[in-house]
Every structure is written in structure tokens, then in C-alpha cells.
Design a protein around this ligand. Sequence first.
Ligand SMILES: Nc1ncnc2c1ncn2[C@@H]1O[C@H](COP(=O)(O)OP(=O)(O)O)[C@@H](O)[C@H]1O
Ligand SMILES: Cc1cn([C@H]2C[C@H](O)[C@@H](COP(=O)(O)O)O2)c(=O)[nH]c1=O
Length: 216
Amino acid sequence: MPELVFFSGTMDCGKSTLALQIEHNRSARGLQGVILSRDDRAGHGKLSSRLGLVRDAVEAAEGMDMYAYVVDLITRGGRVDYVLVDEAQFLAPEQIDQLARIVDDLELDVFAFGIATDFRTKLFPGSQRLIELADRIEVLQVEALCWCGARATHNARTVGGRMIVEGAQVVVGDVNQAAEEVGYEVLCRRHHRRRMTSAAARAGALSPDVLPVSPH
Ligand SMILES: Nc1ncnc2c1ncn2[C@@H]1O[C@H](COP(=O)(O)OP(=O)(O)O)[C@@H](O)[C@H]1O
Ligand SMILES: Cc1cn([C@H]2C[C@H](O)[C@@H](COP(=O)(O)O)O2)c(=O)[nH]c1=O
């Protein structure tokens, strides 16, 4: 039975790596996938992993009808055995509905990879729709860790290592960015709530009175 599967986890937990592995294993057995991505850090039309692998992908642009794209490919004689989408959090909810229609009407597996929540802990609209529609949600087994050693469950946006809570929902970026650049850091909920990034924790350790921990 074909499925819509949402592989989810924090940033930097191995989602793109798994996407590339799934594609590799299937293509090794002669299966042909449609590989889509949206706003990958490596550029438009790319699917990249921090392990260093990168491959070409179809850019899942704003307004693109995912169902019509696959139907058109098949109508023109192309072979499609499955569909894979990275950075699926950036898709519009209606594009997720189109992915579900690919599963139901074309009977193809669709594998979507993405983070569920943004730097303010709010669901991305695309991820919300995936949670609503997916046959299965898989949480990645390789845990990203907070600086305290606990499992990281949330994504923080940082400038110079300090957590910020204002700004646009979508800002393409990476973890471990140089100071002053906008970047991201994965944290456990406790430290996300306290806005305590690794840099803030280091500063707190140097002068314990700098960062009183709010009980709220
Ligand atoms: N130098 C490295 N050696 C081993 N593993 C690494 C290295 N750099 C990154 N990784 C692994 O890659 C993971 C990030 O993979 P990636 O697919 O880019 O994540 P995601 O798509 O979830 O943001 C890290 O959690 C880590 O396990
Ligand atoms: C938390 C958060 C992240 N983003 C962006 C930053 C990256 O470009 C991607 C996540 O990529 P990854 O492969 O999972 O590391 O999402 C964003 O735009 N807004 C956010 O709040």
C-alpha cells in the first residue's frame, strides 16, 4: 500500500542524509524517483547533506502543482516509482495535499523530510499539513543533542550565538554559523524556553549573575 511518510526531526539530525540514502538504495535496484527540494542551503535545485553528499533535485517552487508535475512526467512517457521531497516544511499546505493525491490517485510512495517547528516553536504550515495527512510520521533515530547533553527537540535562531525570537518564519541558514551571522542551534525544550544557547551558557558560567533563569 503506498504511503505518505513524514520523516521529521530538528535541524541537523540527518534528514537529508536519510533522504539521499533512500534514493541511493532505490536507484540501486532500478527504481526511478522524482527528487524534489525547496530552498536547500546548497542552492536551488539541490538536495544536500552535511555529510558532504549533494545531488541535483527539482526545485519545488512556490505555486508548483506537485500532482500535475508528476502526472505530466508520466504522460510524457517518464517513469516514476516514488516521490521524495526534502525541506518539506517550506511547502504550502495545498502542495502537501497534492502529495497526498499522488499517493492516493497515482499509487506512489511519497517520502517527505522536514523540520516540524520554527525558531519560535510554531509549526510550519507545510509541516502542520503533513502531520494532518501523513500515513506515518517517522522521528529520526539519530538524536541531535542540546549543549547540555539532553536530546535536542527545538530549533533556535541565533545572532552571534544569542537566541532571537523575532523575525520572518523562513530564513535559510545553518547551525554553527560564525559570530554576528544569523544561524541556528538545536536545544532541548528547557534551554529553548530559557533562551539559553551554548554561548549564553558559557557566558553564564563565566559570570553566574549575568543570566538569571526565569521560572516561566
Ligand atoms: N563530520 C561528520 N562526521 C560524521 N557525521 C557527521 C559529520 N558532520 C555531520 N554529520 C552527521 O550529519 C548529521 C546532519 O545531517 P543532515 O542530513 O545534513 O541533517 P538535516 O537534513 O536533518 O539537517 C548530523 O547530525 C551528524 O550526525
Ligand atoms: C528553525 C528554522 C529553520 N529554518 C531553515 C533553516 C534551514 O535552511 C532549514 C532547515 O534545514 P535542515 O536541513 O533541517 O537543517 O530551515 C527557517 O527558515 N526558519 C526556522 O525557524
